[in-house]
Design a protein around this ligand. Structure first.
Ligand code: SF4
Length: 179
């Protein structure tokens, strides 16, 4: 199944995809401190970002309960390194791909797969956390690799890909944890 998922990721527009063992993925609780520094502005403003997503120690333990992991990346072209709009558009494209992969695992009967993406959950244009509403799609809300303490810069070469893909590009990572 995971090989089919890898093919599907490439068919849907991933730049690269690779498979690693969940037991080999390096995690570190220090990534929670980076979220708490709130460089992205999402800390406490999304149900799928810290602190709402839960203690990082529990999330790091959770990913160890899976066997194999599909890692994929998408690469967006930017006009220059200040092209914030281009970064947002590339993030949207990445998220759409991630949701289509989720459709694929559901349709294939892999309902226990854990899907993680890049940055906070972007399923809704404005998260219910910001408007005081409950999560609108709890069955499809997606956390990030960083929120689970995954060291993505080490995960990339493990999965046979670069962490950064050149000047004026933005690279986003996603992963599907399978049992
Ligand atoms: S599904 Fe919507 S409300 Fe729920 S965490 Fe994602 S963005 Fe927020």
């Amino acid at each position: 199944m995971i090989e089919k998922l890898k093919d599907k990721a490439m068919e849907l527009g991933a730049f690269k995809a690779g498979i690693v063992k969940a037991s080999e993925i390096k995690t570190d609780a220090c990534f929670r401190k980076m979220c708490a520094d709130n460089m992205c502005g999402n800390y406490g403003r999304s149900y799928m970002c810290p602190p709402d997503i839960g203690p990082i120690e529990e999330l790091m333990e959770k990913i160890k309960t899976f066997d194999r992991v599909l890692v994929y990346q998408t690469v967006g072209e930017l006009e220059d390194s200040y092209d914030f709009e281009g970064m947002m558009e590339a993030g949207e494209r990445h998220n759409k791909l991630a949701q289509k992969l989720w459709d694929f695992t559901d349709e294939s009967g892999c309902t226990e797969a854990l899907h993680l993406g890049a940055g906070g959950c972007r399923l809704c244009s404005v998260c219910g956390k910001k408007t005081g509403d409950p999560c609108r799609f709890p069955a499809r809300a997606m956390g990030s690799l960083e929120a689970y303490g995954v060291n993505v810069s080490e995960l990339a070469p493990q999965a046979g890909m670069k962490y950064i893909n050149g000047q004026n590009t933005v690279t986003y990572f996603g992963a599907v944890f399978m049992k």
